[in-house]
Each structure stands twice: as C-alpha cells, then as structure tokens.
Design a protein around this ligand. Structure first.
Ligand code: BDR
Ligand code: CA
Length: 319
C-alpha cells in the first residue's frame, strides 16, 4: 500500500478526503497534520479527530500546526464550511462516535519531520497530500530540507490554471497564504521533489448526487453516514443536486492516477498583484521568450498541473 500523510484544514471536503484516506485499502495513512484555513486550527484539530473517529482510525497521529499564515491574519471560510468548519452537522442525530482521540504533543512540522525521516531510514518514501493553505509545508521544507529524502512526491489541492474561487484570480488555499505556497514551490524545485497541483480546473468535476448522499446516510457504518452528511450539507447549502468531493479528488489522484490528465507546466505564485495576489500563474505558452523575466529573480517550478479528470470514475472510487 502507498504511505501517505494528509495536511488538512478540515473542512467539509477535507473530511471527504480523510474518510477516503483512512478507509481505502491501497493507502497507508501515517499521520494527519492540521493548519488554519477553513476554520481556526483548534477547530480543525477537533474536526479531524471527529472524522478519524467516525472512520475507526484512533491509531492515526494528529498534530496541530500553524495557527495563521506566514504574513497575513487567518481568514476562516465560515460562509462555505459553517461555524464549526464542518457544516454544523447534528452529530448526535448522525450517531457519530465521540472524538476521543488524543492530539499528538508534537507540532505538525515536527511530526512531519519525524515521519519522513523514519520513512527515509527504512527505505520508504511517503506521498504528502496538502489539502489546505501550505503554511505547515513551507515551514517544514525550509526548516528541515533533509525530509526530501523521505518524500515520494507532493500532491496538493490548490491553485488554478484558469479562474479562482476566493477571488477572481486566486484559489482559497493559495490566497490564504501565498508566501507559503511560493516557498513550497521554490523548495520543491530546489530539492527536486515532484509536485502535482490538483487545482480548480478539476476540483469541481468529481461530484456525488443528493440521492447518493441519502443512500449513504442509510448505511449503518458511521464513516458512511458521515460521508452522506458531508455531501448533503453542501447540496443544501448551495441548492444543488450534487456536490463536489473537493479535496478528496487529490486523494483519488494518489490511489488512481489514471483518472487524471496532467501536463508539466511552469508555475509562479503571484505575491504582489493588487487583484491577483495568490494566483497561480500557469505558463501554458508553447514558446517562452527572452522577455519573460521575473523581477524577483525566482525561477518558476515545473509542476504536473491537473487539467482534466474522469469524474465518474472517481465518484465511483470515492463511493
Ligand atoms: C479549497 O479551499 C477549501 O475551502 C477547501 O477545503 C479546499 O481545500 C478549495 O479552494
Ligand atoms: Ca481543504
């Protein structure tokens, strides 16, 4: 099975991703690290423990990470994910088990370091799947660059080759901490870590219907009921007949890469633009001329950018 670590800001769709990573037989979920994003970091930790408890995975280490972006204040996405970051679900009505799991005493960066170096010394390589602002991962790669030898690749949810969601130009995870995203891409280039960008060009294309959610809600297993409730909450909130599994698509990309079409493209994170801060500028030109000069002298990083997905294939995978 494939060893993975998720970095999350749980979040309705992070929860969809955690359930898949926790229960899929081809994945070996080694740890989960938490960061401020959809909700404040303590709420993210609570939500993560709740989801892992529903999945029966009290054995997975969960660590608290950065409580704010590198430069700007945290800006929770309550308008999307609710007051508690997880759709304000009625846990008792759903019959979810109590989140009794303990939080690891280490900071997220220390847990990541320990897991990656332990993997490296036993000849393994872990796939890191960040589904949130990249604050923890930026701190990790700058503090302990030696972890690269324990990394197979990074598959992150974030960015877009076309339009944004937090702003017209920027996707939420990158918009929330653009400096961190720029650091991660820069470090990945320097340390030669392969990166896949699972961004908005595919994010909304793996969808589960309201009717399927109702079927999930009728199943006895708490993980399945929670999965149904996560989809249903989004359908109700947005008044749509189906909802995206969102971040869970990045986990599908690890389990079943054949469902995804990617292209190796140069990517820059825009830090300065008045209306474009946090945009991932994806260079899709066939020819790049001498005029293309970055004023900060930072070379772009070539990333496998997700451009199309087989939504039906991954809907079935997730279900
Ligand atoms: C991303 O932002 C968050 O709201 C979601 O959890 C996802 O990671 C989508 O832009
Ligand atoms: Ca997320």
């Amino acid at each position: 099975s494939i060893p993975v670590i998720l970095d999350v800001d749980t979040g309705l769709d992070d929860a969809c991703a955690l359930l898949l990573a926790a229960r899929h037989p081809d994945l070996d979920l080694r740890a989960v690290t938490c960061v401020a994003g959809n909700a404040d970091v303590d709420q993210v930790v609570r939500n993560t423990l709740l989801v892992l408890a529903a999945a029966g995975r009290h054995d997975v280490a969960v660590a608290r990470g950065a409580s704010r972006p590198l430069l700007e204040p945290a800006r929770a996405a309550r308008h999307v994910h609710g007051e508690d970051g997880l759709g304000d679900l009625d846990h008792a009505a759903l019959g979810l088990p109590a989140a009794t799991g303990e939080v690891d005493q280490r900071h997220a960066v220390e847990l990541l370091r320990d897991e990656l170096l332990a993997a490296a010394s036993s000849g393994e390589r872990i796939t890191l799947v960040p589904l949130a602002p990249l604050t923890n991962i930026a701190l990790l790669l700058r503090t302990y660059p030696e972890v690269a030898k324990g990394l197979r690749r990074i598959v992150f949810m974030g960015g877009a080759a076309a339009v944004g969601n937090a702003t017209a130009a920027a996707e939420f995870n990158i918009w929330h901490d653009p400096e961190a995203a720029a650091v991660v891409l820069d470090a990945a280039r320097e340390l030669e870590i392969p990166v896949t960008m699972y961004g908005l060009d595919v994010f909304y294309d793996v969808r589960v219907s309201r009717d399927e959610a109702v079927e999930l809600l009728a199943v006895a297993a708490p993980a399945t009921r929670l999965a149904g409730a996560l989809v249903q909450a989004q359908c109700v909130k947005f008044g749509t007949p189906s909802a995206t599994i969102g971040d869970a698509g990045a986990v599908c990309a690890v389990v079943d890469p054949a469902g995804l079409t990617t292209s190796p493209l140069a990517v820059h994170v825009e830090l300065a633009g008045a209306r474009t801060r946090g945009q991932t500028v994806v260079d899709r030109r066939e020819w790049v001329g001498d005029l293309d000069h970055d004023p900060h002298g930072i070379p772009p990083t070539v990333v496998d950018v997700a451009l199309a997905v087989d939504g039906d294939r991954w809907r079935r995978l997730w279900l």
